[in-house]
Design a protein around this ligand. Structure first.
Ligand SMILES: Cc1ncc(COP(=O)(O)O)c(C=O)c1O
Length: 381
């Protein structure tokens, strides 16, 4: 018998985890074999250059192995909020990745019975974190014709129970960016706003606007997982005004104590060398620009889909002629040896779409999308 991912049948498991499962993304990724082309991946296919390795060697050789302050080393906090008008002593907290930042924020503010506005389609952790905190995730919809966000539609969803609004721009899975005016309206709508800006450095035409400082109720989260391909080193941060930050640091203390001292020391070296960092980020963007072009070309030729070019991140959200995209993605994984993520993993509006990650080599992007096209033609879907 297949082991279930659900924890609900297991004795003694806390109610807060009832119905919470390992994410569909992880389930699809578990179907990979050595022959699989993985376009389901959510991390950059970027390797550290010589300088980044030197920074890491220096951090290992000279950095502290001890606990840091809960909120992170002051030296790193200063670099994170440099010239932003935020106080490094009280308004920034370094975390074990953005995911831990989000968990701490939800633990700090969200109570049973609260509502949390989450993007649809959007990163699935937001709805799950709401449920773990006992709250109800309330989806707000993007317009499927161009994945624009209608601010009025979002604001209409605010009720007296709304505790948080979660915004993610550039978006996983859409690759779309929300305009400054819309962000300002959300920032000033009343409830606390969490702006997940983990993809902010990965853009194609112009830098996406940040919500930082748009109002005292905005909490910005970011980190180095995507910009510096440091997903395994768990380095993220939260920036918010002092009164909002205080309970977040308390929650963070009981989740992680502090982020890895090694990763903090490495991040400090990175941010202390702005010339190298600028050129690194330009290199990363250049690589993703080429991969985006390859993906868009193959999607149009093989899948006959013209999608709006992603403005940021490294995902294409592509319509497919299948009414059940979970079965479709699982069949593609076993029959065509290519992994993509079913759109419904990101919310109800994702049904009919798959997320294709172009954080892969040009050969993998081209051959993976060719495999999907060939499978669709053979199945006459
Ligand atoms: C939108 C979004 N937020 C947060 C995360 C988590 O990132 P981290 O590695 O910093 O925990 C991811 C990872 O895929 C993501 O896509």
């Amino acid at each position: 018998m297949q082991p279930s991912n659900s924890v609900t049948q297991q004795p003694g498991v806390a109610h807060r985890l009832a119905g919470i499962e390992i994410s569909l993304i992880r389930q699809i990724n578990a179907l990979a074999t050595p022959l699989t082309v993985n376009l389901g991946i959510g991390e950059p296919n970027v390797e550290p250059d010589e300088t980044l390795r030197e920074f890491a060697e220096r951090a290992a050789a000279t950095g502290s192995w001890h606990y840091t302050a809960n909120a992170g080393t002051l030296a790193l906090r200063k670099l994170i909020v440099e010239e932003s008008g935020f106080d490094p002593k009280t308004e920034v907290c370094v975390t074990a990745g953005t995911e831990e930042a989000l968990f701490s924020i939800f633990q700090a503010f969200v109570d049973p019975g609260d509502e949390v506005l989450v993007p649809n389609p959007g990163f699935l952790a937001y709805a799950t974190l709401s449920r773990i905190a006992g709250a109800k995730p309330v989806p707000y919809d993007f317009d499927p014709s161009d994945w624009r966000l209608d601010a009025d539609a979002l604001l209409r969803r605010i009720t007296t129970k709304t505790k948080l609004i979660v915004v993610n721009s550039p978006s996983n899975p859409l690759g779309s960016v929300i305009g400054r005016e819309t962000l300002e309206r959300i920032a000033n709508a009343g409830p606390l706003v969490v702006s997940d800006e983990i993809y902010r450095e990965i853009w194609y035409e112009e830098p996406p606007p940040s919500m930082l400082g748009m109002s005292d109720r905005v909490i910005v989260v970011g980190g180095m997982s995507k910009s510096h391909a440091m997903t395994g080193l768990r380095l993220g941060w939260v920036i918010a005004r002092e009164a909002v930050m205080r309970p977040i640091v308390t929650a963070h203390q009981y989740v992680a104590t502090c982020a890895s001292a090694f990763s903090q020391s490495l991040a400090e070296s990175i941010l202390s060398d702005p010339a190298w960092n600028r050129s690194w980020l330009e290199g990363v963007r250049g690589q993703f620009r080429a991969q985006r072009e390859a993906a868009l070309f193959a999607i149009e030729r093989e899948l006959e889909a013209a999608i709006p070019p992603p403005a940021g991140a490294f995902y294409a959200f592509v319509p497919v002629p299948a009414c059940d995209t979970v079965t479709f993605a699982k069949t593609l994984a076993t029959d065509a040896a290519v992994l993509v993520i079913p759109g419904v993993a990101f919310g109800s509006l994702g049904e009919g779409f798959v997320r294709i990650s172009y954080a892969a080599s040009l050969e993998e992007i081209t051959s993976g999308i060719e495999r999907i096209g060939r499978w669709l033609r053979a199945a006459r879907l």
